[in-house]
Unconditional design. Structure first.
Length: 242
């Protein structure tokens, strides 16, 4: 368990951030203090997501590069099954298309993710965040889910329930890396990487028109939050090269 220390006017308030949430004292904090903890926790969870992505990417590229040397005559059945799992997970059409693995098994700008989570979860205080560990408002049409109180009568979607907050972050990153609605984001990210640059949150959010029904207004909102709280400082990490 990590600890966040917040300096108040007269004293220091320290509390734990556990794996299941933002900590038992989180909801007692003032808005500014709550944001500090929220940003720290989100940054930590994105790092964990990226570690998993790095492991998946390293395996896929190593396996494909080695297999290419042998004209894809594969003897390691377990490794092949693992590659097939990744193909299905990231919805890659061609099992041996290494360029697509490079494009999809990739990091996303933290600043954009943190800003979206802040909006979608009301800084982690929304019903969906507290009851479903859902930080990004992801929907589901399965049996397991929360029914939105304001859902229209002709709608059938539910709010997806996660076992913990980390699962919600992992799902958000995966969604951007594989869903057809975010192909423009992946293409733009690839264009930046080809030029030896990392895509920023302010650039990335411009092509996420499909994320919210608010369209352009949503993009402006997320952009303003990134700027207001200087979230692009979290984008300093290096993406994987193409």
């Amino acid at each position: 368990m990590k600890h966040i220390i917040i300096f108040l006017s007269c004293c220091i308030f320290s509390f734990g951030i556990d794996a299941e949430g933002f900590g038992k004292n989180y909801y007692e904090l003032k808005p500014e203090e709550k944001r500090m903890v929220f940003f720290a926790k989100m940054n930590e969870m994105f790092d964990i997501s990226f570690q998993g992505i790095e492991q998946e990417r390293s395996f896929a590229l190593a396996f494909l590069n080695e297999s290419a040397k042998n004209a894809f005559r594969i003897s390691n059945q377990k490794a092949l099954e693992r590659l097939i799992e990744l193909k299905n997970k990231y919805r890659i059409e061609n099992l041996f298309d290494i360029s697509e693995y490079k494009k999809r098994i990739q990091k996303i700008p933290k600043s954009m993710g943190i800003a979206q989570a802040l909006v979608e979860s009301a800084t982690g205080t929304s019903r969906f965040a507290r009851e479903a560990n859902n930080l990004f408002g992801e929907w589901t049409w399965g049996d397991k889910g929360l029914i939105p109180k304001k859902r229209q009568s002709n709608k059938k979607h539910k709010i997806k329930i996660f076992d913990n907050l980390q699962e919600s972050v992992d799902s958000y990153v995966l969604n951007l890396n594989r869903h057809y609605s975010y192909q423009n984001f992946r293409e733009l990210r690839a264009d930046f990487l080809k030029k030896g640059k990392n895509i920023s949150g302010l650039e990335a959010i411009k092509v996420l028109n499909s994320y919210s029904e608010l369209k352009g207004d949503y993009i402006k909102l997320i952009s303003n939050i990134i700027k207001q709280y200087k979230l692009e400082k979290y984008d300093s990490m290096d993406n994987f090269s193409l």
